[in-house]
Design a protein around this ligand. Structure first.
Ligand SMILES: [Zn+2]
Length: 164
């Protein structure tokens, strides 16, 4: 009787483990092979709304930039902002999203939005790499948590996107 009970518990544990593994496999499979999960999209949209609310409060307008999630990034950049013929776009790297979603939300979206907003305001970064004092202040005003001026990334692109 005692063995029977242990056996049942064991089978239960194995089943739970299998379900967990299966679910894990399913979510990383579906992540790689299709669009990003709706829950991620929702979190990104919510964060963008937050950034826009900060913009409204601090600048008196809320300008929404195209936010494009793509897996065509080369390397490990989290995101980048491009300015081409007056068109400003923000790209987020889908490939690092699953492992770095919190960083993406807390830091990257406001970081890139600050670049985009400065482009919009006519600062075209001809004399710096984009991470000026003004950029930092903008990033903070947009609610960015990690507005480091000294980032070792070149993610302000003033030309055609390298992967298009
Ligand atoms: Zn930057």
């Amino acid at each position: 009787m005692f063995m029977k009970k242990l056996e049942i518990i064991f089978i239960g544990v194995v089943l739970v483990a299998l379900l967990f593994l299966g679910n894990n496999y399913y979510s990383s499979y579906s992540f790689k092979n299709s669009d990003i999960p709706d829950s991620y999209k929702q979190r990104i949209l919510n964060k963008e709304q937050e950034v826009l609310q900060h913009m409204q409060k601090n600048y008196g307008y809320a300008y929404k930039f195209p936010l494009i999630i793509t897996d065509k990034f080369k390397g490990r950049l989290y995101g980048l902002t491009s300015f081409e013929n007056g068109e400003i776009k923000i790209y987020l790297n889908k490939k690092v999203m699953q492992e770095s979603m919190d960083y993406m939300l807390d830091s990257v979206i406001a970081h890139e939005y600050a670049h985009a907003l400065l482009f919009k305001q006519g600062y075209l970064h001809t004399k710096d790499d984009g991470h000026s004092k003004l950029w930092q202040q903008t990033c903070i005003k947009l609610g960015g948590i990690d507005c480091q001026q000294y980032v070792d990334q070149q993610e302000v692109i003033m030309a055609k996107m390298p992967f298009q």
